[in-house]
Ligand binder design. Structure first.
Ligand SMILES: Nc1ncnc2c1ncn2[C@@H]1O[C@H](COP(=O)(O)OP(=O)(O)O)[C@@H](O)[C@H]1O
Ligand SMILES: [Mg+2]
Length: 269
């Protein structure tokens, strides 16, 4: 059974991209076939997993094809998907700044269909992968709505900093709206604490606050602040290819294991 997981939080800089790239890479390293879809026009997760050259076609074109089922085919989409060097089970569907133009097109297209384009793509790809991980932009735009309408579940990264919970209520309300509308099956896998620093009292305060809000739906794995995680993207590599022994690399492997255990326990994989 395949699982489509969105990494979402409309706040910028909270660790969405770092989580999307490194969770996907960890699942791939554990030999689960995984596709990372980059739905952020900033294309950070494309670059961070090794797609460094400008492409002729990317998720922008694929989302345009998805507006008309007769133009969307597996063969065509395969042409846009990249292999990740040294992780055979890990592939990427990259984005580019042109995705921002597509966002405008989606706003103009007022049909409900404009929210379901990514879902049409996922329907096509579902049987090809065990996991599809989707990185989201830092907004609650129609790109994010497409992500939430296409996903089985959401992981919400929360940075252990002041104002961490700011915006989380808006995201949860958006998730409820999507559940009450176009994607009733959407679940929350959990909140994930990122950039945790045990020496800082506010890191611990955020942890307590998030624990109160999410209860059981908080991953036990906590991602610490780790310099290797912030360096790896400049080498266009997931952290496990950059420094496999680093704390960051070990924690994302641990997160992948915890996620697998949680999903198995719930009987969804
Ligand atoms: N655990 C971490 N430790 C250190 N730096 C991190 C960590 N997670 C993310 N970063 C860095 O923080 C910045 C924002 O992270 P990013 O994943 O791009 O957030 P988002 O996608 O939510 O905007 C990036 O420069 C990233 O390298
Ligand atoms: Mg990002």
């Amino acid at each position: 059974m395949s699982r489509v997981i969105a990494i979402s939080n409309q706040k910028g800089g909270v660790g969405k991209t770092t989580t999307a790239v490194n969770l996907a890479a960890s699942l791939g390293a554990m030999e689960h076939k995984v596709l990372l879809i980059d739905m952020d026009p900033q294309a950070n997760s494309s670059m961070g997993s090794g797609v460094t050259e400008m492409q002729d076609e990317d998720i922008t074109e694929v989302m345009r094809w998805a507006a008309d089922p007769s133009t969307l085919s597996l063969e065509r989409v395969r042409g846009v998907i990249h292999d990740v060097e040294n992780i055979p089970f890990f592939q990427v569907l990259p984005s580019s700044t042109s995705l921002a133009e597509l966002e405008v097109e989606l706003t103009i297209d007022t049909r409900a269909e404009s929210r379901l384009r990514l879902r049409h793509l996922i329907d096509l790809l579902r049987n090809e992968y065990e996991f599809i991980v989707i990185d989201s932009p830092p907004s609650l735009s129609l790109l994010t709505i497409n992500v939430l309408c296409a996903a089985d579940s959401v992981i919400i990264p929360i940075q252990c900093e002041f104002y961490a919970m700011q915006g989380v209520a808006d995201l949860l309300n958006t998730i409820i709206r999507v559940q009450n509308g176009l994607n009733p099956a959407l679940e929350i896998d959990g909140a994930l604490l990122t950039m945790y620093d045990s020496r800082l009292s506010h890191s611990r305060q955020v942890m307590e606050e998030v624990q109160r809000e999410f209860g059981e739906r908080l991953f036990r794995t906590v991602i610490p602040r780790n310099v290797k995680l912030s360096e790896a993207p400049s080498f266009a590599k997931p952290v496990l290819l950059y420094d496999v022994k680093s704390k960051g690399s070990r924690c994302y492997m641990e997160l992948a294991q915890e996620l697998l255990a949680v999903l198995r326990q719930r009987g969804v994989i």
